[in-house]
Design a protein. Structure first.
Length: 324
């Protein structure tokens, strides 16, 4: 026999599939993942072709070829764009799910009838959250499967056990990130009197966290002022690079503080490290990466905890969600 919690969660899942929004956005995300891996594969093949061309030219000129850097293939590095799609499109999908979860109840004015049943407000809200968590878990699982399959089939190199574990860890971090936006949207749809206003506020926060704050941080980065990197264009060594940034400590602190105010940046830094998208983490053991990126894990967990606590605190009170 189903408990009220599972009954509400099941209704959330059925409603999401009935309205087709979840399927449409989820399918679009899966297609984008495959396309992004295919594009990354073409780019890598171009790099290999350019390397081989340079080798042939050096050999013809009688020059040594060891001055060239051989392109290194890393399957998980092909997922850079896929993570960015999760950050942007996945967050929109989470917002839509959270909004519709409450909006359909408020529009139908069915809550007073629901509450005549032996079910508390806390359990009702828990059912909503559980339903959203199951839907987003399914989305992330599909993302991970499609990403792993695309990398294996397109790259013709199967993922190792360690790489599969890293992909799963990155997927769990993505789920926590998506749940943050789901809870924000769910809460706003429950406490704001006007439903369209609630959706607009959720999307404003999405623009701020996903687009504005990370972009401000990237724009302020000294090394990003020149295409290809300022330090590379000046042919500075790492020591010289650190010496320059050392003179800009306060500026760098402001820039970094702007970036880390966004949970999106924490997900990006964590997943880019785990998947080896950042070269300095490529090939390193997962335990060492987790130890180094503990701050990103902590912030994502703290924001998620604050979001779920706020959702319970606000929605269990007498807010517009409970009014007929």
């Amino acid at each position: 026999m189903k408990t009220p919690l599972l009954t509400i969660a099941g209704k959330e899942i059925r409603d999401a599939f009935r309205e087709k929004t979840f399927l449409i956005l989820g399918s679009a995300l899966a297609v984008l993942v495959v396309v992004s891996v295919l594009t990354a594969s073409f780019k890598f093949h171009d790099e290999v072709a350019l390397y081989q061309q340079a080798v042939d030219q050096l050999k013809a000129a009688g020059q040594p070829t060891d001055i060239l850097t051989i392109p290194q293939y890393s399957p998980l590095q092909m997922l850079r764009a896929s993570i960015e799609y999760i950050e942007i499109i996945g967050a929109v999908l989470a917002i839509v799910l959270g909004y519709l979860s409450v909006a359909r109840e408020r529009r139908s004015r069915a809550l007073p009838l629901v509450l005549t049943r032996p079910i508390s407000r806390a359990r009702f809200v828990s059912g909503k959250i559980l339903g959203g968590a199951i839907l987003l878990s399914a989305l992330v699982a599909v993302f991970a499967v499609f990403a792993g399959a695309a990398v294996t089939l397109i790259g013709s190199v199967p993922l190792s056990g360690a790489e599969i574990v890293k992909l799963c860890v990155a997927a769990v971090a993505a789920l926590v990130y998506l749940m943050i936006f789901f809870l924000i949207s769910l809460t706003l749809a429950g406490i704001v009197r006007n439903l369209p206003t609630a959706l607009i506020l959720a999307l404003v926060l999405w623009v701020l966290f996903v687009l504005v704050l990370p972009q401000i941080g990237d724009t302020m980065d000294v090394d990003n002022q020149v295409p290809g990197g300022l330090f590379n264009s000046l042919h500075l060594s790492k020591d010289a690079e650190h010496a320059v940034t050392g003179q800009l400590q306060f500026y760098e602190w402001i820039r970094n503080a702007t970036e880390v105010a966004s949970p999106t940046k924490h997900l990006e830094r964590f997943d880019f490290a785990v998947l080896g998208i950042k070269d300095i983490y490529n090939g390193r053991p997962l335990a060492a990466i987790l130890a180094e990126r503990w701050d990103n894990i902590t912030v994502l967990a703290a924001v998620f905890t604050a979001a779920i606590a706020t959702t319970y605190y606000t929605l269990i009170k007498k807010t517009p969600i409970w009014r007929n």
